[in-house]
Design a protein around this ligand. Structure first.
Ligand code: IPM
Ligand code: MN
Length: 368
C-alpha cells in the first residue's frame, strides 16, 4: 500500500473533458483529496490539430510512470493522418502497445432503471464481461499496413501463443471470481472466434482449449463471431465471460453496449502487468460536446474499475472499498431515475455528478 497514488489524466476531445471531470469529482467525493493525485497532460485530436502531435513524448512518459491513467475520449473530425487513419486514436493505441496493456476488460451489465434496446430483459438479466485481447490481433498492423501502387491494401492479423494464452487465462480467472451467467448461474468462458474460416482463429481456439483444461470447474465453449452477434441479442443472459481477438472485441463491445442502454453505459479497463488505462468504451461524441448532457456513467464506472485494479495491485483496502461505494451509488442513481438524455431521461452531466457526489457524502441509503 502507498500513501498516495499519481493518476495521469488526459481529458481528450469532445465530451472527454466533461465525463472525465465528472469522474474526478466522484473519485474525490469517495476518497477525499490527497489519496489520488491527479496530474493533467495533453494528448488527442485537438492537440494534434494545434501542434501536429497527438501524443507528446512527455505525456507518454508520464503515463508510463503514473500509478494509473484516466482518459476521457479522443477524436475530432478532420484530425487525420496522411494515410487516412485518425490521429485521435493514437493515444489509446500507442499506450496499449507501448505499455503492453494486453487485457481490455469490458463489463456489460443492464442496471435497474435503464431500458435495454432488447425487450423483456430484467435488470441484471444481462451481466457478462467481454475480455478483449488488446495487444495483437488485427490491430497489431496499426501503422504497418501497406497500400501497393494504389491498388492493393494489406493489414496483417497477428496472433501469438503467448498473447492468446495470457488473455484466455485472464478470462478464466475472471470467471472464477464471477457469479456465473444470469440465465443459469453457470461459470462459463465463451471463446469467440472465426475458427471455421481462418487459421489464426483456429489457432486461437486450439490455445483456448489447452488453457481451458487448467480450469475444469469452469464451463468452456466456442461461438463463431457472426453467430455471437445474434446470440448477444437473442440470449444475452447465457453469457458470463467472453474472450476474443482484438478487432472482434471492439465490434462486439459496441453491440453489447447497445443492449444495456448504449455506449454511455459501457466502462473499460485496459491493463497489463504494470500499467492500467481506464476510459469508457465510447468516443468523443463531438455532436453533443460542450452542451453538458454527456452520460458520465461509463466513465465513472471505469474510474471505479481503476480503484479495484489499484486496490488489488497495492493491497489497499481504502481503494477497494471506494470502488465498491462508487458502484453502489451508481446503481442507486440509475434506479432512482437519474438518467441522461441518451437513457431517455433529462438529467445533465452536472446533475448526475452532483447526485453521485451527494450520495457518496451521505451515510444514508439512496432513495428516489
Ligand atoms: C475502443 C475504441 C478504440 C478501438 C479506438 C479509440 C482506438 O473504439 O476502445 O473500443 O478501436 O479500440
Ligand atoms: Mn470501440
Amino acid at each position: 500500500m502507498k500513501d498516495s497514488y499519481e493518476i495521469a489524466v488526459v481529458h481528450g476531445d469532445g465530451i472527454g473533458p466533461e465525463v472525465c471531470g465528472a469522474a474526478i469529482e466522484v473519485l474525490d467525493a469517495t476518497l477525499g483529496t490527497g489519496i489520488l493525485r491527479f496530474i493533467e497532460y495533453p494528448a488527442g485530436a485537438e492537440h494534434f490539430l494545434a501542434t501536429g502531435e497527438s501524443l507528446p513524448e512527455k505525456t507518454a512518459q508520464a503515463c508510463r510512470a503514473a500509478d494509473a491513467i484516466l482518459h476521457g475520449a479522443a477524436g475530432l473530425p478532420g484530425a487525420v493522418h496522411p494515410d487516412g487513419t485518425e490521429a485521435g486514436v493514437d493515444f489509446s493505441l500507442k499506450l496499449r502497445f507501448g505499455l503492453d496493456l494486453y487485457a481490455n476488460i469490458r463489463p456489460i451489465r443492464l442496471y435497474d432503471g435503464v431500458e435495454s434496446a432488447l425487450v423483456g430483459i430484467p435488470a441484471g438479466g444481462i451481466d457478462y464481461v467481454i475480455v478483449r485481447e488488446n495487444s495483437e490481433g488485427l490491430y497489431a498492423a496499426r501503422g504497418a499496413g501497406s497500400v501497393l501502387r494504389g491498388d492493393v491494401a494489406v493489414d496483417t492479423l497477428v496472433q501469438t501463443r503467448k498473447g492468446i494464452e495470457r488473455i484466455v487465462r485472464k478470462a478464466f480467472e475472471l470467471a472464477r471470481l464471477s457469479d456465473g451467467a444470469p440465465a443459469d448461474g453457470v461459470r462459463r468462458v465463451t471463446c469467440c472466434d472465426k475458427a471455421n474460416v481462418l487459421r489464426s482463429y483456429a489457432f486461437f481456439r486450439a490455445v483456448f482449449d489447452e488453457v481451458a483444461k487448467d480450469y475444469p470447474e469452469i464451463e468452456a465453449e466456442h461461438v463463431i463471431v457472426d453467430a455471437m452477434t445474434m446470440y448477444l441479442v437473442q440470449r444475452p443472459g447465457h453469457f458470463n465471460i467472453i474472450v476474443t481477438e482484438n478487432m472482434f472485441g471492439d465490434i462486439l463491445s459496441d453491440l453489447a453496449a447497445a443492449t444495456i442502454g448504449g455506449l454511455g453505459m459501457a466502462p473499460s479497463a485496459e491493463v497489463g502487468a504494470d500499467n492500467g488505462l481506464f476510459q469508457p468504451s465510447h468516443g468523443s461524441a463531438p455532436d453533443i460536446a460542450g452542451r453538458g448532457i454527456a452520460n458520465p456513467y461509463g466513465m465513472v464506472l471505469s474510474a471505479a474499475a481503476m480503484l479495484d485494479w489499484l486496490g488489488r495491485k497495492h493491497d489497499d483496502k481504502r481503494l477497494l472499498d471506494a470502488g465498491g461505494r462508487i458502484r453502489r451509488v451508481t446503481e442507486g442513481a440509475l434506479s432512482a431515475g437519474c438518467l441522461t438524455t441518451d437513457l431517455k431521461g433529462s438529467a445533465t452531466t452536472r446533475e448526475v455528478t452532483d447526485f453521485l457526489c451527494q450520495a457518496l457524502a451521505s451515510k444514508e441509503p439512496i432513495t428516489a
